[in-house]
Design a binder for this molecule. Structure first.
Ligand code: SF4
Length: 489
């Protein structure tokens, strides 16, 4: 009959100078592993080191022991100080949860004069009636909900369609929200308009200057690519965007306008041109974004036009080019890398909603649609455009703040998608940098949690985490540059 060994045989700690703290490890390449701890500090280790560590064979005099101790993978057997420090870092990292719902998205109209095939919103024609504009009454109810959020820092972002086509309502919301804030709340209140800049006027700029409103626009690359991606009457989307950027800078200041790009099939062969266009336009960051599986992008088959590996090749070439520019003294960072690097290299967590667990839906952002519908995120609204109302939390006219925030439509996906307990994620060394994304997984796999071995979200992000670590490990100069990017993330 088989016998168990005695208790002492299992208790390696009794003879060991150290105790292990929780950590996970995943393969980096054929020889090395990435080990990460609860707060996202990581080390690249050979397999033999991981074996020595877990079998308590390391000795305190070695460099690797000191590295592991300083990064909280092990603690000296006779000390609890490091455990307290780890707890403090954990607290700093999860601090954002207290800043509940800082971002409030107002869809003031679905009308738009562009007809971008990848658009994630079912935009309405510019000359249709105003059925797809938000009313003042709806906006007022939404403003009341904004101030029910406990966050000290509140940002109201206007979206569309093209929000400037309903500028009178933007004007109303800004003035009213500021008045309510000054009278009763004294929060840090900011406003952003996400616009293609085509309908920009001097009056709009004067208002933005008076009320400290910032602008976020779209720039997909050089003229030919941008105009091809973003058709509008006159085929002058690029000219209007670039002219608008210059006017915003001259009226409001250089850093009061930022830009976002979307990668289409036509963009894939041109990452360098796209980056160069951002440099030419004076931006110090670029967000190399893939397409999302929602709205028009699916209807027009734009989303299916390329796969994750094609996008990864595009991203890596773009990143290489950006690093080359940095080495030559040009200041530009890639935004997605900056967000990930801040999680890898600093104790902070930017709270970027697509890379958050618990998921950023509701917690990070709420969206008020033109008709009063309240959604858990921008993507949730896009999904609703495809007649999937899974993430609709209620309506500003019929539901209270508590009913919206405590609705099953919000709590179920958050609870079911936590990465710390998800199969595969719970063993993944990249989990501290990753996110839950229940809307994406519901849209692509019909499941809040998602099946990670076949998830394109997992495939894309895991490849990026590995790539960023490999770049840092292979080149001290890159590591130095990435530290400066992390500060922006
Ligand atoms: S989604 Fe993939 S990369 Fe992200 S934590 Fe889960 S297993 Fe790791």
């Amino acid at each position: 009959m088989a016998r168990f060994a005695t208790e002492v045989a299992f208790d390696r700690r009794s003879a060991s100078p150290y105790r292990l703290l929780p950590f996970r490890f995943s393969k980096l390449d054929s020889q090395r592993y990435v080990a990460s701890n609860l707060v996202g500090e990581y080390l690249v280790l050979y397999r033999s080191v991981i074996e020595d560590l877990t079998r308590h064979r390391l000795t305190p005099q070695t460099d690797v022991y000191k590295d592991l101790a300083s990064k909280h993978f092990l603690i000296d057997a006779d000390s609890d100080v490091a455990a307290d420090l780890l707890a403090l870092k954990m607290r700093t990292r999860t601090e954002r949860l207290a800043e509940f719902t800082g971002l409030h998205l107002f869809v003031v109209t679905l009308r738009c004069e562009h007809s971008c095939p990848y658009c994630q919103v079912s935009r309405q024609n510019i000359d249709t009636d105003l059925t797809f504009d938000m009313s003042e009454d709806t906006a007022n109810k939404a403003i009341d909900l904004v101030f029910r959020s406990p966050a000290q820092h509140l940002k109201i972002e206007f979206q569309g369609g093209e929000p400037l086509l309903n500028f009178p309502l933007i004007r109303h919301i800004v003035v009213r929200a500021k008045a309510i804030n000054e009278a009763s709340h004294q929060r840090d209140l900011q406003f952003v308009i996400a616009t293609n800049l085509a309908p920009l006027t001097d009056d709009i700029l004067a208002f933005c200057k008076e009320h400290d409103v910032v602008i976020s626009t779209s720039l997909d690359g050089p003229r030919d690519l941008h105009n091809r991606n973003r058709p509008r009457p006159g085929r002058d989307s690029y000219e209007r965007a670039v002219d608008g950027i210059a006017r915003v800078r001259s009226a409001l200041g250089h850093d009061r306008v930022s830009a976002l790009m979307t990668t289409t099939k036509e963009s894939l062969s041109r990452p360098r041109d796209i980056v160069d266009e951002y440099v030419r336009q004076g931006f110090d960051s670029i967000f190399l974004r893939p397409l999302s599986p929602y709205g028009f992008a699916v209807k027009t088959k734009s989303y299916a036009a390329y796969d994750v590996d094609a996008w990864l090749a595009f991203y890596k070439e773009g990143l290489d080019h950006i690093l080359e520019l940095n080495r030559n003294g040009v200041r530009i960072a890639e935004s997605y890398a900056s967000i990930i690097l801040s999680k890898m290299l600093t104790p902070f967590n930017s709270g970027y909603v697509d890379l958050a667990s618990p998921a950023g839906i509701g917690i990070g952002a709420l969206l008020y649609n033109y008709d009063g519908g309240v959604y858990a995120s921008d993507e949730a609204r896009m999904l609703a455009e495809m007649r999937d109302e899974t993430f609709r939390l209620g309506n500003v006219h019929t539901d209270s703040y508590d009913e919206l925030i405590l609705s099953d439509s919000l709590l179920d996906p958050i609870e079911e998608s936590m990465t710390v307990s998800a199969p595969m994620c719970s063993d993944c060394a990249f989990e501290p940098y990753c996110g839950a994304e229940p809307v994406f997984h519901h849209a692509t796999q019909g499941d809040f949690l998602g099946r990670k071995p076949t998830s394109t979200f997992c495939h894309r992000n895991m490849a990026l985490f590995r790539h960023l670590i490999q770049l840092m490990e292979g080149d001290r100069e890159v590591r130095h540059l990435f530290r400066s990017w992390a500060a922006k993330g």
